[in-house]
Design a protein around this ligand. Structure first.
Ligand code: PLP
Length: 389
């Protein structure tokens, strides 16, 4: 079976992890800091906070953005539910703007329209499939109304903006959050990171990932409890706010550091594979690739075909089954968040999202990952040509 996405783990990765397993620190050793420094260097941000997942990062980003009851987060319905949930975890509200049909990213016009009608506290643009949103425009709009921006870059580690800066540099945002789940650009098992250039946000994120505990004696709030006869109590730490256990481990960071060394070749290979698909599917009657124009900027996390199932006289489910029968796994990214029963029960209305629904009804993600061989890719191409045409 050819999966739609898969990690690449080599001997170097395995050796790096084994080294940690033989060391004194499995969890909170030196590799977390080392991984964070390398991430910051790679994306060009001042600070990074590595966490158990991108979801954890989105949650903490919502907290430090001061989302709470009555505050509204604006995002795209074509995303994984985690983006929308980040605000809900903080008792905030999440509302959605329709997507742009060609990029599948949040539509600038739709953001403008919503912002003119409703007070938005924060915007979470999603770099869908690894294709960077027009952050320059989004920042201009956000600045006009004083909204915070945290970028959901779960798909976009290794992607760049047209000005050459990297997604994660936070040139146009307050924070950027990546995922290192195995199908993403690099893997730590589960894992994620928040990058920022803001020292205050950085220090709060660090504290919140560890139960809200402060260990730096200069920042202790209770001098009475932290000092005995003028000398610092060596065991002392203090919980200063309600935090979480979102700590990543040294084992994961060893894998992340080793994977990070290969990021350029990972991105290049994905780009090559995507361009090969683009060429192969150029003149098909019933389908076309999406996001074709931004291959050189995108991390090309997903390869998605827009298929005219009506014209094809076939359902998506039956096509998926036919492809599965010839060894090809496919997936749909994503069910519009508002369609999930949880959101429906909350009273989300289905209107105003025609681009999102049109996209969703016709989308199919086909295999794209570093280890996809020429032979496997040719098989996928031939089968798509045969079954979709
Ligand atoms: C757009 C998007 N945001 C957030 C997440 C959550 O990432 P994680 O699984 O690392 O929590 C995902 C996961 O696939 C995603 O696709």
């Amino acid at each position: 079976m050819i999966p739609y996405g898969k990690h690449h783990v080599d001997e170097e990765d395995i050796k790096s992890v084994i080294k940690v397993l033989k060391s004194d620190n499995l969890t909170q050793g030196p590799l977390i800091d080392a991984f964070e420094k390398e991430i910051s260097k790679y994306v060009g941000a001042k600070y990074s906070v590595a966490l158990t997942s991108c979801t954890a990062g989105l949650h903490l980003a919502a907290i430090v953005s001061k989302i709470n009851k009555g505050k509204v987060l604006l995002t795209s319905p074509i995303t994984f539910v985690a983006t929308a949930n980040s605000s809900l975890y903080c008792n905030g509200e999440t509302i959605f703007a329709d997507i742009d049909s060609s990029t599948i990213n949040i539509s600038i016009d739709s953001i403008k329209k919503i912002i003119s009608q409703k007070k938005i506290h924060a915007i979470a643009p999603v770099h869908f499939g690894g294709l960077p949103c027009n952050m320059k425009k989004i920042k201009e709009i956000a600045d006009e109304v004083g909204a915070i921006i945290y970028e959901d870059a779960a798909h976009a580690f290794g992607a760049s903006f047209p000005d050459g800066s990297k997604v994660g540099s936070c040139k146009y945002s307050d924070m950027t959050i990546f995922s290192f789940h195995p199908v993403k650009s690099i893997a730590t098992g589960e894992g994620g990171v928040v990058t920022t250039n803001d020292k205050y946000l950085y220090e709060r994120l660090l504290r919140l990932r560890n139960h809200g505990i402060e260990k730096n004696q200069d920042d202790f709030q209770s001098k009475n409890n932290s000092i005995t006869n003028g000398i610092n109590n060596p065991w002392y730490y203090e919980m200063q706010e309600l935090g979480y256990h979102y700590r990543i481990t040294d084992i994961q960071c060893a894998l992340g550091l080793s994977q990070l060394k290969k990021i350029d070749k990972f991105i290049m290979k994905r780009r090559e594979l995507a361009k090969k698909y683009d060429l192969a599917f150029e003149n098909l009657k019933n389908c076309e690739p999406i996001q074709k124009n931004m291959r050189d900027f995108s991390s090309n996390h997903l390869y998605i075909l827009r298929i005219n199932f009506k014209k094809l006289s076939k359902t998506r489910a039956s096509l998926m089954e036919e492809l599965k029968n010839v060894g090809i796994m496919t997936q749909v990214h994503y069910i519009p968040v508002i369609l999930h029963p949880y959101f429906q029960k909350k009273g989300y209305k289905d209107d105003n999202f025609s681009n999102s629904y049109n996209y969703y009804n016709n989308a199919l993600s086909i295999p794209l990952f570093y280890d996809l061989t020429d032979k496997e890719q040719s098989h996928v191409i031939n089968q798509i040509k045969k079954l979709v045409g």
